[in-house]
Each structure stands twice: as C-alpha cells, then as structure tokens.
Design a protein. Structure first.
Length: 198
C-alpha cells in the first residue's frame, strides 16, 4: 500500500527532475553541427584541452539527444502552472537599443534613462509597467500601445492642463545606443485626445 509519505516523496522527486530538465539552459545555443569538422575540434581542444573538449562534447550530445526532447514534452506544463521562465542568457549583449521619449506640445518631458527628463519615470520604470513600454517600443503593432498611450495622455492632461498635443516617440539604435533614430510614434491631440499611430 502506498502511503502519503511515499506519494509525497515520489512527487517531490518527479518535480525535481522536471525542474532540472526545464531550468538548465546554456547549451541550447550550440548549433547542431558544433565540433563536427576536424578544424572545429582542433580549435576546441586548443582552448579547453582534450579532457575539457570531450567532456563538453558529451554534455552537448546529451543535451541535444536527451534533454531537448524532454523539454519539448514538458514545456506545455509550464503555462497552466505559471512557472515558465521567459529569460535567456545573453551571449553578446543586446544588438538593438530602444528608447522612449514623451513630448508635450513638442517639448520633451521624459526620456528613458535621463535624470533631467524624468516626468513619469517612477510609473514607467515600475516592474509591472516596464514590459508594456518595452513591447510597445519593439513594435507599433503591440497589443499594449493603446493602454500605454491612454495612461500617458491622461497623466499629461492632469500635469499639463494647457497642453494640446502629446507624443510618445520610440527610438532605436544599434548597441551601444549612441545615435538613436525615430522608429515609430503615438500621438494624441485635443480636443478628442484619441491616441493614434500616424
């Protein structure tokens, strides 16, 4: 007869195995043909030594043949339990930098990361709002652009009652982000204050 204690132990073991399979990224970035050519094996052996190269090769093969098929089977379980980790290891840093500038009547009042132009810096840097800003900065087709624009316009109308025009200007630049250029913008103007993508 299976007792509660045994059942709990089995469930803890199964949970630990599932977490170990799903939460060990890193080698997923290796292309399938890594170390297949003699030249690539020689370079790897020079960098890591023969033991390191063979150990790394064994781990990569195990990852590709055993772990990744299990990940494909177990990944759907993450959504209903809300345990999915949507992060990645950055190998080279971000390739593109994105920035938001808010203008009221043509005058900049907020720029992401600026200490001088910091109107709404608190709310827009909040961890729950930041993904909305980031997704809207990535694409004008983001589902979040209307909500973000509505929030900014309502706050601008409160803080700048004489304002007649509000623009959210999204800019993009190659890393490290020295020369930004406009990517897309959202504008709203009185008297309707209806946000639109021009």
């Amino acid at each position: 007869m299976i007792t509660r204690r045994v059942l709990r132990g089995v469930m803890v073991l199964v949970t630990a195995v599932v977490m170990a399979v799903l939460a060990t990224p890193g080698l997923d970035y290796l292309p399938p043909n890594t170390l297949r050519t003699p030249a690539s094996r020689v370079r790897a052996e020079e960098q890591m030594g023969p033991v390191g190269m063979h150990a790394g090769w064994a781990v990569a093969v195990f990852n590709r043949r055993c772990r990744l098929p299990l990940v494909k089977v177990l990944e759907p379980l993450q959504k209903p339990f809300r345990i999915a980790q949507s992060w990645n290891l950055y190998r080279d840093g971000p390739r593109r930098m994105r920035e938001l500038e808010i203008q009221v009547d043509g005058k900049p009042v907020y720029r992401m990361g600026s200490s001088n132009l910091n109107w709404l810096a608190g709310p827009l840097s909040n961890r729950k709002i930041r993904p909305v800003v980031e997704s809207t900065a990535r694409s004008p087709e983001s589902r979040n652009w209307r909500g973000l624009a509505r929030f900014v316009v309502e706050r601008a109308r409160l803080d700048y009652p004489e304002a007649t025009f509000v623009a959210l200007v999204f800019e993009v630049a190659d890393f490290p982000g020295e020369e930004f250029e406009a990517s897309h913008r959202i504008v709203a103007e009185s008297p309707e204050w209806k946000a639109r993508l021009p």
